[in-house]
Write a protein of this length. Structure first.
Length: 259
């Protein structure tokens, strides 16, 4: 990865820090501020030393960051002294090369969903991003594209059935029962399942439907069906109350031969 990406991450962290402090109504202690930055930027680690260095950097740039006592008088917290900003307006947070590169890599990874509703969404987002990005930054993005090569994203499987993803996602969102018909195997009629759909599981190169049987007589074991095996999906005029179980736990006990 280009070594300048580390500086982009630093920029994102400092800008996020400035934004959090600008919107804080009272001083924020080290651990709370670190937790907010980690959640916002997806950071695995952030030390108090780095936080203090970032705050000192903001001070050196003319932003009045104070280290003030908290209400309990025992700890100190960080706060942007708004009354002494002298009319300085914090600019809107711009897109950086790191963010654009991560987005374009994610777009390439979703290439297998071309012509589906997911591809419509990501292409619309790409257009909005590129519309407002300076030409010079887009040119640098072209250089970054030479760093990564994404394979295994053959668009044919899902592009032939563009509405399947949409139908399954709508059923999952609305807690709607569905009937799934699988393609017939040699010497066997097509299998039909009445299911409560829970998730679309993306496990490259496969995409599967994670569901629980809707009929009491079909047992309680979850099923994971490769959507390439699905011939038809029929939404039924019935909804269900989702069971209090996490999708990850369902995957742990799903039939090994599902995929």
């Amino acid at each position: 990865m280009p070594r300048n990406f580390a500086r982009h991450e630093q920029f994102l962290r400092i800008f996020a820090l400035l934004d959090i402090l600008a919107n804080a109504r009272q001083p924020i202690d080290d651990q709370s501020l670190i937790a907010a930055l980690k959640e916002r930027l997806g950071l695995a680690n952030l030390s108090s030393r780095t936080l203090r260095r970032d705050c000192d950097f903001l001070c050196s740039c003319g932003f009045p960051v104070d280290h003030s006592p908290l209400a309990d008088g025992r700890k100190y917290g960080w706060q942007l002294a708004k009354d002494s900003v002298n009319g300085r307006k914090i600019p809107a947070e711009p897109l950086t090369l790191l963010e654009l590169a991560a987005f374009m890599l994610g777009r390439d990874l979703l290439g297998r969903f071309r012509n589906t509703v997911l591809w419509t969404g990501i292409e619309s987002l790409r257009h909005k991003i590129e519309r407002d990005v300076p030409a010079a930054l887009l040119q640098r993005l072209e250089d970054v594209k030479r760093v990564f090569l994404v394979r295994g994203s053959d668009p044919d499987p899902h592009s032939r059935r563009p509405r399947l993803i949409s139908a399954l996602s709508a059923a999952i969102t609305d807690f709607q029962e569905i009937e799934v018909e699988e393609h017939a195997e040699a010497g066997r009629p097509p299998a039909r399942h009445r299911l409560h759909p829970y998730r679309l599981v993306i496990d490259p190169p496969l995409v599967g439907l994670l569901a629980l049987p809707a009929k009491p007589g079909d047992g309680e074991a979850p099923v994971l069906i490769d959507i390439e095996r699905i011939k038809a999906v029929t939404p039924l005029d019935a909804t269900f109350q989702p069971r209090p179980v996490e999708a990850e736990k369902l995957l742990d006990i799903v039939r090994p031969a599902a995929f």
